[in-house]
Design a protein around this ligand. Sequence first.
Ligand SMILES: [Fe+2]
Ligand SMILES: [Fe+2]
Length: 204
Amino acid sequence: MDNSHSQFGGQSKIRWLIEKTSEDWVNLAISNPMEILLDHAHCERKAAGVALQLMFRYVSEPGLSAVLSPLAREELEHFERVLSILNSRGRKLEKLVSPPYGAILAKNIRKDEPRRMLDSFLVAGLIEARSHERMTLLSIHSPDLELRNLYSDLLKSEARHFGIYWRLADERFDRNTLTSRLEELAKVESDALVEMHQEPRMHS
Ligand SMILES: [Fe+2]
Ligand SMILES: [Fe+2]
């Protein structure tokens, strides 16, 4: 697995992800566009929360807030954009049962520093990479033009966010430590999707 950031130029080059998303997921997602949209709104809200949480946890870490603050703002803009489409289609931000994905990844973040910081960056980056991959699929396969446009706009940011978390890790940890831990967590990430949650979700 070659994980260098420079590899991450195009949509098919997400080297972080061990397993590609299945066709079954794509079919389930495009047959349930409103549920995916609602879940997507929650994902953007949570992505903003993760960036803020890291910024607050490592408040004195040089260079971190300067990167994570605009990232959190951008995720909130995504949230607002998805929310406005939901509202325009007569839906609100209803509660939704989350798939086990996020909890499984969170459980694999080690508790002791600095390993906690490394794992937190890598897990956040993996989620961004998966979001990017899935939005790319939706931007191609969704039969709904407004949604295709939404996903194709947002996926570019998710690619950049993946790069941001990679750089945050790469600036602070040696490359061998980073890549070997990334491989372990990438396996956890792909396995978390194997037992597919029955409900249509961005990360089921
Ligand atoms: Fe986003
Ligand atoms: Fe993102």
